[in-house]
Design a protein around this ligand. Structure first.
Ligand SMILES: *Cc1c(COP(=O)(O)O)cnc(C)c1O
Length: 485
């Protein structure tokens, strides 16, 4: 790092603000609130601005370059969403305001609930959960409570395919249930024979199954109807991980397929910036039988006076979030849906699938694609394995991509594909950008054979080189100051 950090350029007495003279009586802070030793950097405004702009430039974002991070749906977040979310009437609301003063915000939430229910074929939706994983936990708790209420308290098993996102087994464990893994067949579907055998063994203990469809191989399960039928027959419920909903908007309704519960990733499919981890929204939709179990408050509309009211469903699992969910994300999702309409929404998925298949077709023969004989949905999984370059791994290819101003795909996931490179271009990228990506991926494959050290030493231009990623994630240094971190 060549640029000085803000503490190094700090000089006593420099200021980034000039406040007007105080025209109210000075009031001392309550005892214990004052600190004599608060080491804040002292810099003028120009250096302060440079510091933050520089930090922002160290990050790769969807606004700076291509971002084919599989399963994360890093699509354009239309700027009109931001305009809507910043409208004072939304942004300046207080969650403790009385209902009659926030009818506009409640109308937005009500209509969003209704639109999401319609798009996925569910009877009711809660907007409370703050992320996809949080929606999963909510969904699993709903399934469990529903079965408890029917006296089926012995049920404690959830089936999860081996292609599932790590959050699926994690949320199942957090809810106190047991995870049993289901393997995939040679075509990347749930293995029906294995499923039948597991149902024979665990049927009476089954809470249900969590299925991502299309799955994390980017494949629409060819037997999804049969999977749902078998799980229902065993007395279980079907949970849909809706993080991959971007592939089927306006084409397939998970509720029509027989799913009982699903979470939506509003920040993925419905366009809220979500690099860096938040805020998000993991709204949950359910069938009519489960509607009474949703966490609230949800928004209900009164027939009598057309007013919106906060409503706690009668058998609710309780609250899962303070107040009313991440409202700003809800405004963005609402704006996105209203701008697109039903036809536009379907076009989103058609183009997302088209773009992914275009990339898959053009990279065939350059990198191995285990299920490349099938039409993919919005993403596909290639492998960072190259003939004549045995020392090159997926991580080398991913890091080399950064030298070309592109974010790497998701790597080493799903776990069932060795050296996985999971590529999701999204619908908002042009053919030219996709072609550039293919050119770069071809060039990297060539370099792997001719100049492998270029890949081993990559990235060459990033602010930091190869990190110990586990240490970076688990052993965070959250502050920089003399004597700290
Ligand atoms: C992103 C994702 C999740 C989790 O969503 P978060 O909002 O990150 O908690 C779950 N399943 C799949 C398939 C995902 O891609």
């Amino acid at each position: 790092m060549t640029e000085p950090l803000i503490y190094e350029i700090s000089r006593p007495g420099r200021r980034a603000v000039s406040l007007p003279a105080c025209d109210v009586p000075a009031t001392p802070l309550p005892a214990g609130c004052e600190r004599a030793d608060l080491p804040l950097p002292e810099v003028p405004e120009v250096d302060l601005v440079r510091h933050y702009v520089r930090l922002s430039q160290m990050n790769h974002g969807i606004d700076t370059g291509f971002y084919p991070l599989g399963s994360c749906t890093m699509k354009l977040n239309p700027k009109v969403n931001e305009v809507a979310a910043r409208l004072t009437g939304f942004a300046a609301l207080h969650p403790l305001q009385p209902e009659n003063s926030v009818q506009g915000a409640m109308a937005l939430m009500y209509e969003l609930q209704e639109m999401l229910a319609e798009i996925a074929g569910f009877a009711a939706v809660t907007l409370q959960p703050a992320a996809g994983a949080h929606g999963e936990l909510t969904g699993v708790l709903i399934m469990r409570k529903y079965l408890y209420d029917r006296g089926e308290t012995q049920r404690d098993v959830i089936l999860v395919p081996d292609s599932a996102h790590g959050t699926n087994p994690a949320t199942t464990s957090m809810s106190g249930l047991r995870v049993v893994q289901v393997s995939s067949d040679a075509r990347g579907n749930v293995d029906l024979d294995v499923l039948r055998e597991l149902l024979a063994r665990h049927g009476p203990k089954l809470v249900g199954m969590m299925l991502t469809n299309p799955n994390t191989l980017g494949l629409f399960d060819e037997h999804v109807a049969e999977v749902v039928r078998l799980v229902h027959e065993a007395g279980g419920l079907m949970y849909g991980d809706g993080a991959n909903f971007n592939a089927i908007l306006g084409i397939v309704k998970p509720g029509d397929l027989g799913f009982d519960v699903m979470h939506y990733n509003l920040h993925k499919t419905f366009s809220t910036p979500h690099g860096g981890g938040g805020p998000g929204s993991g709204a949950v939709g359910v069938s009519a039988a489960l509607a009474d179990y949703l966490p609230g408050p949800i928004v209900a509309k009164s027939e009598a006076d057309s007013l919106y009211r906060w409503h706690m469903p009668p058998r609710t699992i309780g609250r899962v979030k303070a107040f009313y969910g991440n409202f700003g994300v809800l405004v963005r999702a609402y704006t996105y849906l209203r701008m697109l309409g039903a036809k536009g929404l379907r076009a989103v998925s058609e183009n997302a699938v088209l773009n992914a298949n275009y990339l898959q077709a053009r990279l065939r023969g350059v990198y191995p694609i285990p299920h490349g004989d099938r039409t993919c949905m919005h993403e596909f999984v290639a492998q960072g394995i190259l003939k004549d370059a045995p020392d090159i791994h997926t991580m080398d290819i991913a890091k080399r991509l950064m030298d070309f101003g592109m974010h790497p795909p998701t790597v080493y996931f799903p776990l069932i594909v060795p050296e996985a490179l999971m590529i999701e271009p999204t619908e908002t990228e042009s053919k030219e950008t996709l072609d550039t990506f293919v050119d770069v991926m071809r060039q990297i494959a060539e370099e792997a054979r001719t100049e492998p050290e270029l890949l081993h030493d990559a990235p060459h231009n990033a602010p930091v080189k190869r990190l110990d990623e586990v240490k970076a994630a688990k052993d965070l240094v959250l502050c920089y100051a003399p004597g700290c971190g």
